[in-house]
Design a binder for this molecule. Structure first.
Ligand code: MSP
Length: 516
């Protein structure tokens, strides 16, 4: 089985999980599930980024210690991802001893290789970004991202000699045209490199909440220089050579566009400095936006957060768990994977979730399940008939598998789902044309329903990565044993798998229509 190591960013614990972080995590989980479905040996990780001045600030603001604060907040991510059915193989916290060991080993190597040196540093620092700015990058004297005042920092710092890697990075990008995708983001990364790289200050002495520098105990590593290395800790760097060899050779990072510079410029240079290969691929997605503003930090649908009705806006976070309570976990997952294509920005609105839910889930998939199971009760005695090997829907299913698989393989799960929905549409159209509910019981009805059941069997396999619980429920209702999540493509989607003879259950509507 080819290895496939997939990562999300590790999230800061100064805040609770919100719809922005859920967007990345749910899409990554769906992609991981897809790769399992096609038979890859997947290792999927996420986690929390727990060091740095921002966390110390958040802990102080909440009247507690950084350790207590990170324990509590990291647990909120674990709980949120459990609720959203995120099937990760590893969850890393950067405060774990295993991570300290890898950070120290990796950065010691870079130090020994001569790419880290001590120098005085002063600059304008934004605590929220955990990053320095130059005077001309500020907007009216404040941080361009957060609008908050920057502080004058003066430290004796260790610097990573990023400037030594300009040519090597350009050469690497040249030799690896798909290293960063989509191409617009690759160009952005190249723009950073061509614009000239300055050495980066990578240690702090102003606080102690970080990984200690092994060769100079008065310093801790700067949070980004500890955070990026998490991908190596989980891959087994220095602790499990066999796992590391297989995972690191197949490492795929999914990140948001806000952290492009760190991943697409700093990170490959750090890997080169430590004499390991950069990751295989970095896919950069856009932002969920509300009213043109970044959702995670500023705006929200009050209805989504459990407020007064469905549509009012207020300035707080959108809780993905409140949305899951409102719509159901799978409808939320479906929305996050289907509605904002990975790569570009997209609007997020409560109305958008409702209309997608009604169009695709209530009117299409839900409707198909309900029609088929109802008519099997009334015309076939509740027992599903076998499908017809020569059905006209067999060709549609084959074409669907091909387009769906191609889309997921190129980081376009929204197109994958769109393709799958064409098969659902074709099955609904066939039912509408044949009107089995008006026919007398007999072979003609059996043929139509057997084919529709086979479509549902295949559809459940293909939607499973986005909607795992729904996929299981569809199989259960139509009497297919097992879990579609354990199925393997292409066999599981080959026409003819629905054997007939199983009890079919009608059940309540899967997706009752929503008003608003
Ligand atoms: N801790 C760093 C990442 C270190 S990775 C080695 C960090 N954490 S974060 O909590 O701020 O998460 C940033 C990520 O959250 C983004 O890259 C993106 O994946 C996700 N998103 C945050 N807001 C988002 C939107 N509004 N829309 C989409 N994704 C968003 O940066």
């Amino acid at each position: 089985m080819p290895p496939y190591y997939l990562t999300t960013p590790i999230y800061y614990v100064n805040d609770a999980p919100h719809v922005g972080t859920a967007y990345t995590t749910v899409n990554a989980d769906a992609l991981a599930r897809w790769h399992r479905l096609v038979g890859d040996e997947v290792w999927f990780m996420t986690g929390t980024d727990e060091h740095g001045a921002k966390i110390v600030e958040a802990a102080e603001a909440n009247g507690t210690t950084p350790q207590d604060w990170t324990d509590r907040t990291s647990a909120r991510f674990v709980e949120a991802w459990r609720r959203l059915d995120i099937a990760y193989d590893d969850f890393i916290r950067t405060t774990e001893p295993r991570h300290y060991a890898v950070v120290q080993r990796f950065l010691q190597r870079i130090y020994d290789n001569g790419y880290i040196e001590l120098a005085p540093y002063s600059g304008l620092y934004c605590v929220s970004c955990e990053d320095y700015y130059t005077e001309d990058q500020l907007i009216e004297g404040t941080c361009p991202v957060h609008g908050r005042p920057v502080i004058e920092m003066q430290e004796d710092n260790y610097f990573f000699k990023l400037s030594a890697f300009e040519d090597r990075l350009l050469e690497f990008y040249d030799q690896h045209p798909d290293f960063v995708r989509p191409v617009s983001k690759r160009n952005e990364a190249l723009g950073f490199i061509r614009g000239g790289l300055r050495d980066v200050s990578i240690t702090r002495t102003s606080f102690t909440w970080g990984v200690p520098v092994p060769w100079d105990s008065g310093h801790v590593f700067y949070v980004w220089y500890d955070a990026l290395i998490n991908y190596l800790t989980v891959a087994g760097y220095g602790s499990d050579d066999a796992a590391f060899a297989s995972r690191w050779g197949a490492a795929h990072h999914l990140i948001g566009k806000d952290i492009l510079k760190f991943h697409c410029v700093w990170w490959p240079a750090m890997c080169m400095a430590a004499q390991i290969d950069p990751p295989d691929e970095i896919f950069v997605h856009g932002y969920l936006l509300m009213g043109g503003q970044k959702l995670g930090k500023t705006m929200i649908a009050a209805g989504a957060a459990g407020g007064d009705g469905a549509k009012a806006l207020r300035v707080t976070d959108v809780s993905p768990l409140a949305l899951a309570d409102d719509f159901g976990v799978d409808p939320l997952r479906y929305h996050l994977v289907r509605d904002v294509p990975l790569g570009g920005d997209g609007d997020f609105s409560y109305e958008g979730i409702v209309s997608r839910y009604n169009a695709d889930l209530a009117n299409n998939l839900g409707n198909l399940v309900s029609r088929v199971t109802t008519v099997v009760q009334s015309k076939c005695g509740g027992v599903g008939p076998a499908c017809d090997e020569g059905s006209e829907l067999a060709a549609v299913a084959a074409e669907t598998l091909e387009t769906t698989a191609a889309a997921w393989a190129r980081w376009a799960p929204h197109e994958g789902l769109e393709a799958t929905w064409r098969l659902i549409g074709a099955a609904n159209a066939r039912l509408e044309a044949a009107e089995p509910w008006k026919m007398e019981p007999g072979p003609a009805v059996d043929a139509v329903l057997g084919d529709a059941l086979e479509v549902l069997r295949i559809v459940a396999v293909l939607i499973g990565p986005a909607m795992p619980a729904t996929a299981r429920e569809v199989w259960r209702r139509i009497g297919v044993p097992g879990d579609p999540g354990s199925a393997r493509l292409p066999d599981a989607a080959a026409w003819g798998g629905y054997e007939g003879g199983a009890t079919v259950e009608k059940g309540a509507p899967l997706f009752p229509r929503r008003k608003a």
